[in-house]
Design a protein around this ligand. Sequence first.
Ligand SMILES: [Zn+2]
Ligand SMILES: [Zn+2]
Length: 271
Amino acid sequence: MPIQICFTCGTSYPDAPEPPSRCLICDDERQYVPRGGQVWTTRERLASGHVNAWRNLEADLFEIHTHPGFAIGQRAMLLRTSEGNILWDCISLLDDATEALVRGLGGLRAIAISHPHYYTCMQDWGRTFDCPVYLHAADANWVMRPGPAIRHWEGETLEIAYGVTLLRLGGHFSGGSVLHWADGAGGRGAILSGDVVQVAADLGRVSFLWSYPNMMPLSASTIGRIADTLTAWRFERVYGAFPGLQVTADGARVVKRSAARYIELLAGSQP
Ligand SMILES: [Zn+2]
Ligand SMILES: [Zn+2]
């Protein structure tokens, strides 16, 4: 029986003769159900009409993105370290070409995912590359398809390889996390941020939302806490969830300034 994949968010559900009646990720106010109702696909159908494209973002960092765009449209990133490769965030499509390319680069040491919108087909990636999938325990209820590779981590930080640390920031999801890469940006540090710190169209700004499709904000205290947590970490770049959206310079200052402006606007200080 096929694994059923939600067409709107890319989440996979356990194999069953019929697709589930609803997608719990899409039913939540941080996602949406399309007007025409929920649509489902399978890994085979997805692979027959889509491919993954690769881009080298900087030394030791690749973007993997599905074309034509599928579901939410995020990118996964493959980060190379002296201790093995890390896949940051995940996408639904794992085709033969992607598997061969990842194996050619040495396979995966671990997968880590920022939040439930990008859990997608992590179970298949984890099984294929025989590696753990790190998810924050605070979001454990959002796993729609349990699997043996999943490791729920607790607390505020977890170093998964030397100089590669998961930071729990919360906000968009209670367990929402980013990855700090100490060797990124030529040793000046980088954050891979998913939707938890969202790089904006003005690449000198970031933002933070409770719901992106429904444009619902977070509270000032949450934004303040996220910004404060990040002040302890050194980083020059911020790689957001979507292709082309990265802050390439002065990342720490960009986050601080963007958070301060957000809090100002919530307090009513429009021009
Ligand atoms: Zn869905
Ligand atoms: Zn999200």
